[in-house]
Design a protein around this ligand. Structure first.
Ligand code: ADP
Ligand code: TYD
Length: 201
């Protein structure tokens, strides 16, 4: 089973992924967690380029770098783990590309981005996508004392467009489960586990 987590920065993805991983492991299933961009040596190198404030990256190049990191992760780690019957949880996947590069940067048409997403994911769609929906204000409040990477320094107007991207995807894609990310950590964990508990064979 492939489970992905999406949402703007600070929406609680890492927190919920750690809880879900422990819960699924406690049931005796093998779970692998990878972050995007990242999860392989090559993809982590691409991550440092993408997030470094010293990088001056053209929007199409940015889209292709996120996609390259993804293709490597999917072929090197995700597909083999799924083949072994393991549960794979991804901290972001191609919906982030649609929201950040498509809606946020408007780097290419959504059709083109959809096509690149299919290629970079080797045509493997998630079974469930948990979208942790949070307002920009709450996200900024949560991250007030944290330093910002290149993507996080993109400004409020950019992030309003990113949120619109995730909201549109959630409306369109059946695999999306919308979670109100302003609830407590425990409430969110329970509602996430409720969705997948019956589906783990
Ligand atoms: P993300 O991985 O989406 O960037 P994190 O899990 O790192 O988000 O959470 C960002 C910050 O918000 C952390 O300080 C975390 O402790 C806090 N946080 C996470 N979930 C909640 C929640 N439901 N309510 C309040 N704060 C939260
Ligand atoms: P990360 O620290 O992993 O995210 P978070 O702050 O939510 O924990 O940083 C990854 C950044 O890259 C984040 O700002 C979202 C962005 N991103 C894209 O713009 N496109 C993508 O395809 C992916 C996977 C991430």
């Amino acid at each position: 089973m492939l489970i992905t987590f999406e949402g703007i920065d600070g929406s609680g993805k890492s927190t919920q992924i750690a809880l879900l991983k422990d819960k699924i492991s406690s049931l005796g299933k093998t779970v692998q967690v990878f972050r995007e961009p990242g999860g392989t040596e090559l993809s982590e190198q691409i991550r440092s380029i993408l997030l470094s404030k010293d990088s001056d990256i053209d929007p199409v190049t940015e889209l292709l770098l996120f996609s390259s990191a993804r293709s490597q992760l999917v072929s090197e780690k995700v597909l083999p783990a799924l083949e072994r019957g393991e549960v794979v949880i991804l901290d972001r996947f191609y919906d982030s590309t649609t929201a950040y590069q498509g809606y946020g940067r408007e780097s290419l048409s959504l059709d083109n981005i959809h096509h690149i997403n299919e290629i970079a994911s080797h045509n493997r769609a998630p079974d469930f996508t948990f979208y942790l929906r949070l307002s920009l204000k709450e996200s900024n409040d949560r991250r007030a004392n944290m330093s910002k990477d290149r993507m996080e320094s993109s400004g409020d107007e950019f992030f309003h467009k990113v949120i619109k991207g995730f909201d549109d995807l959630a409306e369109k894609e059946k695999r999306f489960v919308i979670i109100e990310a302003s609830k407590t950590i425990e409430e969110i964990h329970e509602s996430i586990f409720k969705v997948i508990s019956g589906k783990l064979d």
